[in-house]
Design a protein around this ligand. Structure first.
Ligand code: SF4
Ligand code: SF4
Length: 362
């Protein structure tokens, strides 16, 4: 994104945060590779973003392969408290097979450099047809390297017939297997995507966009200044909400044609999913997944089957833990502690209880 367009985005950002009710706003740079913009770019933009923080708490993040991460940019990120995330699919052999020879070394060097400056790095591990059967090696790698990670299933291309992406059955199976292993190893590592799914079921309210009505949660702005509800729709004019170059009223951003496409989808999903026992913490899944999978002729996230599998597993396990003798005795003695049902024991209960209740999230 050119500096000129970026300055318009900053103006838009300042006007928007002055009007909204939220106390916290997150801004994430991702690409392509955002670090190619260089130090001077980030120096200007980060100070511009922070100058808006008198009205709202601005949290800044970047998703980068870290190949261009050096001490200078690291110190700048530290000054602005930029949360750094990268993509790493596990050990060298697995990562390089998916991302190209040499990726692993360069990204690990970036992670080490960030660590040497006191900056922690969160990783996203992408699972594809190539690596999903080796999930255990991937998991053990992150434990060994003391790196927290989240699970990302490769996004299906349009009508791609799951050439790289996992099938719904494979994804459901992967989530269930990894959850068992995570519960065993939960004191050694944090896997945010599994925490979020468990907490969604526990609190009966989704924690990530996939399991919430996502229109209005994000604004994604592409390099030309087009604004979308989600970066996955970037380049699809029918989903564009506005452009940064036009005069527009922020309050009307979600009532134009692009937003109507989403609302139409949401309405159809509400009808299709209304009798599902998991609806309160699933909300029909991801609109992009449904849109990319038009082949199945349904207006539903094709990973429905995977979600049902993991949700059911979590519910059953929760029920088992809650009905343990120790918990029944604790409830009989004193049902509530700090307003919550007193449950003394349970590995999954711990995982859910350690999460923040969604009502406390800005
Ligand atoms: S379309 Fe999917 S990925 Fe994008 S914000 Fe909505 S749920 Fe999230
Ligand atoms: S699990 Fe499937 S049927 Fe249930 S709400 Fe989610 S997408 Fe809809």
């Amino acid at each position: 994104m050119s500096l000129e367009t970026s300055k318009k985005v900053l103006d838009f950002f300042a006007k928007t945060v002055a009007k909204i009710k939220q106390k916290k706003v997150k801004v994430t740079f991702h690409g392509g590779e955002p670090l190619t913009a260089g130090y001077d770019y980030f120096d200007k933009i980060l100070s511009g973003l922070k100058s808006c923080s008198s009205t709202v708490d601005v949290e800044i993040g970047i998703q980068s392969n870290l190949w261009l991460f050096d001490d200078e940019i690291g110190r700048l990120f530290r000054e602005y408290n930029v949360a750094v995330g990268t993509s790493l699919d596990g050990p060298k052999e697995i990562t390089d097979a998916q991302r190209g020879l040499g990726y692993f070394e360069k990204t690990m060097q970036g992670i080490q450099r960030a660590h040497s400056l006191g900056i922690s790095v969160g990783c996203i591990a992408t699972f594809t047809q190539q690596n999903f059967t080796r999930w255990r090696e991937v998991f053990d790698f992150f434990i060994h390297e003391h790196l927290d990670f989240s699970i990302h299933s490769a996004v299906a291309g349009i009508n791609s017939n799951y050439r790289y992406a996992l099938s719904p059955e494979q994804y459901g199976h992967l989530l269930c297997e990894m959850l068992d292993y995570y519960i065993e190893n939960r004191k050694k590592i944090s896997v945010s995507s599994l925490d979020q799914i468990c907490q969604g079921v526990g609190w009966l309210e989704g924690r990530v966009c996939t399991f919430k009505e996502c229109l209005g949660m994000f604004l994604a702005i592409d390099p030309s200044g087009n604004i979308y509800n989600c970066q996955r729709f970037a380049g699809r004019k029918e989903y564009r909400l506005a452009t940064i170059h036009d005069e527009f009223d922020i309050e009307k951003l979600f009532s134009g044609q692009g937003a109507q496409q989403f609302l139409k989808y949401q309405h159809e999903v509400n009808n299709a999913c209304k009798d599902c026992e998991h609806f309160s913490y699933c909300k029909g899944g991801c609109p992009y997944n449904a849109w990319a999978d038009k082949q199945n002729g349904k207006n539903k996230d094709p990973y429905c089957e995977s979600y049902k599998k993991i949700f059911t597993k979590i519910k059953n396990r929760l029920f088992e833990e809650m009905s343990s003798q120790e918990n029944i005795d604790a409830i009989a003695e004193e049902p509530y502690e700090n307003g919550h049902l007193l449950l003394r024991k349970g590995q999954l209960i711990d995982l859910i209880r350690n999460g923040i209740h969604p009502s406390n999230v800005a």
